[in-house]
Design a protein around this ligand. Structure first.
Ligand code: GLV
Ligand code: MN
Ligand code: MN
Length: 413
C-alpha cells in the first residue's frame, strides 16, 4: 500500500503535545490526571474529533476514539498507547502510539479505505506508575487483572485515593465497568519506540514484538530513629538511610550476580524523611522494579530481595515493611498478528526483526483481552525515560505506515 502518512502534521502534533509538561522543556513530566494531563487530553480529544472519530471516556479515564466499520456487529480492531509521562522523561514514549495511531487512521481515511470492522484508537490512563505505584492502571482494569474495587483503594503520595481521583477524567460509569469482555476487540496493535538500542544498531526500521517481559515492583519502608546530626553519637543511632542504601546495592548485585542478560532490578525511588542535612534520617521509603523474560526466575529474585530487605532492616534495628505492588506474568504476542505486521513491513519494503520487549506496555494487559501485537521503531541510542529520548520523523512515519497497513488488513477481515 502506498504511504499517505502526513509526517509534518504528526511531528507538529508530537511537538505540541510535548508543550503540556510540568518540567522545563525538553523534559516532559505529565502525571496521570494532573491539570497538565487534563489539558493534554483536551487537545487529544479535539484532534480525535477533528478526524471524525467518536470519543468515549470510561470511568478510569481511558479514551476510545471510534471509526465505525461497515459491519457494526463485528468486534473492532484497536490501536493506541499512553500519553502520561514519568517525571523528567521525553516526548516519544507512548505518544508515538497515540498520535501515530491517529495519523494511521487519518491516512487510511485519505486513502479511501472503508473498514469492515470499526477501528478504535485507545489512549490508556496511567501506563506509567508515577502516581499510584502500579503501571498500566487503565489497561490493567480493562483486562480485569486488577478489580475496580481494588483500584478504588489505591492511595497516592498525597493520600488521595484513585476511587476519588479518577473522577477528574470525567468518564462515565464505575471502575468495575472498565473491564472489557474477552474478545471485546478482534485485535490490539500498539506502535511504540523500542526504548532499547537494537533496531538503531542493526539499522532495522521495524521491530515486531513476540513477547513482553514480566514486570514486578516492591515497596519497602524502614523506620529507625531520628535525632540531631551533631548531638546523637554514632553508637546510639538507628539511621533509616543505612538499610535503604544497603538494600539498593543488594538489589543491583542480586540481579547482576545471576549472570543472565535478561534479569534486571532497579531501585528507582528512595525518599528520605525528614531530608535535612543536620537531621538523622528517621524513615526511608523505596520502590524497587524487577523484570525478567522468565517469570519463575523473576519470582525467585523477588523472593531473594524481599528476604534481603527484611534481614538488612533487622540488622539495622529498623521497623521494616515489605510489600509487593505487582508481579505480572509476561505476555506473548499473537502469532497471527505478528505475521500480519511482518507482511505489512514487507509490503512497505521495510526490513523487520522479531524481538522481545523488555519494557512493559499496555499490550501486556491487552494480550489478556484479545490477540495483541506490537510494532517497535528505533529511538536514538536506545534512550528513553529521559529528556534525550528521540525518534526521527522518518522512523515514526515508517512505523505509522506499517501500523496503517496492519489496521487495514485486520479491519477488512
Ligand atoms: C514502562 O514505562 C516501563 O517502565 O516499562
Ligand atoms: Mn514509559
Ligand atoms: Mn510507553
Amino acid at each position: 500500500m502506498e504511504s499517505t502518512v502526513d509526517i509534518a502534521k504528526l511531528s507538529a502534533e508530537l511537538e505540541h503535545l510535548a508543550t503540556f509538561t510540568d518540567a522545563p522543556p525538553p523534559a516532559v513530566t505529565r502525571v496521570m490526571l494532573s491539570d497538565t494531563d487534563l489539558a493534554a487530553r483536551e487537545y487529544l480529544m479535539r484532534l480525535m474529533e477533528e478526524a471524525g472519530l467518536t470519543v468515549r471516556i470510561d470511568a478510569a479515564g481511558n479514551l476510545f476514539a471510534r471509526w465505525s466499520g461497515t459491519d457494526p456487529h463485528l468486534p473492532a480492531v484497536a490501536t493506541g498507547s499512553h500519553t502520561d509521562a514519568i517525571p523528567h522523561s521525553g516526548r516519544y514514549d507512548g505518544t508515538v502510539g497515540v498520535l501515530g495511531g491517529l495519523e494511521a487512521i487519518r491516512s487510511l481515511k485519505r486513502s479511501g479505505h472503508l473498514p469492515r470492522r470499526a477501528i478504535e484508537l485507545v489512549m490508556f490512563t496511567a501506563e506509567e506508575p508515577t502516581r499510584y505505584g502500579v503501571g498500566c492502571l487503565g489497561s490493567r482494569l480493562m483486562s480485569g487483572a486488577i478489580t475496580g474495587r481494588k483500584a478504588e483503594k489505591l492511595v497516592d503520595g498525597d493520600g488521595v485515593s484513585f476511587g476519588d481521583f479518577h473522577k477528574r477524567a470525567g468518564g462515565a460509569g464505575t471502575l468495575e465497568e472498565v473491564r472489557l469482555p474477552r474478545k471485546h476487540f478482534r485485535a490490539f496493535v500498539e506502535l511504540h519506540i523500542e526504548q532499547g538500542p537494537r533496531l538503531e544498531a542493526s539499522e532495522t526500521p521495524i521491530g515486531i514484538v513476540t513477547a513482553i517481559a514480566a514486570p514486578a515492583s516492591l515497596r519497602v519502608t524502614y523506620v529507625g530513629a531520628g535525632g540531631h546530626a551533631g548531638a546523637v553519637l554514632m553508637a546510639d543511632r538507628r539511621d533509616a538511610l543505612l538499610p535503604a542504601a544497603e538494600l539498593a546495592v543488594a538489589v543491583d548485585s542480586t540481579a547482576r550476580n545471576l549472570g543472565t542478560t535478561d534479569t534486571v532490578a532497579t531501585t528507582g525511588v528512595l525518599d528520605v524523611h525528614p531530608r535535612a542535612v543536620n537531621s538523622i534520617p528517621s524513615r526511608t521509603y523505596l520502590e524497587i522494579d524487577v523484570r525478567d523474560v522468565n517469570e519463575s526466575r523473576r519470582n525467585n529474585v523477588l523472593d531473594v530481595i524481599r528476604h534481603q530487605a527484611q534481614a538488612i532492616g533487622d540488622r539495622h534495628r529498623q521497623e521494616t515493611t515489605v510489600e509487593t505492588i505487582n508481579a505480572d506474568a509476561p505476555a506473548t504476542c499473537d502469532p497471527q498478528i505478528v505475521k500480519v505486521i511482518e507482511a505489512a513491513a514487507d509490503e512497505a519494503q521495510l526490513t523487520s526483526s522479531r524481538m522481545i520487549s523488555r519494557a512493559y506496555h499496555d499490550s501486556l494487559f491487552m494480550a489478556q483481552v484479545c490477540p495483541t501485537g506490537m510494532i517497535f521503531i528505533p529511538c536514538r541510542e536506545g534512550l528513553s525515560h529521559c529528556p534525550e529520548e528521540y525518534a526521527s520523523p522518518l522512523d515514526i512515519a515508517r512505523g505509522v505506515q506499517v501500523l496503517a497497513a496492519t489496521l487495514a488488513r485486520l479491519s477488512s477481515e
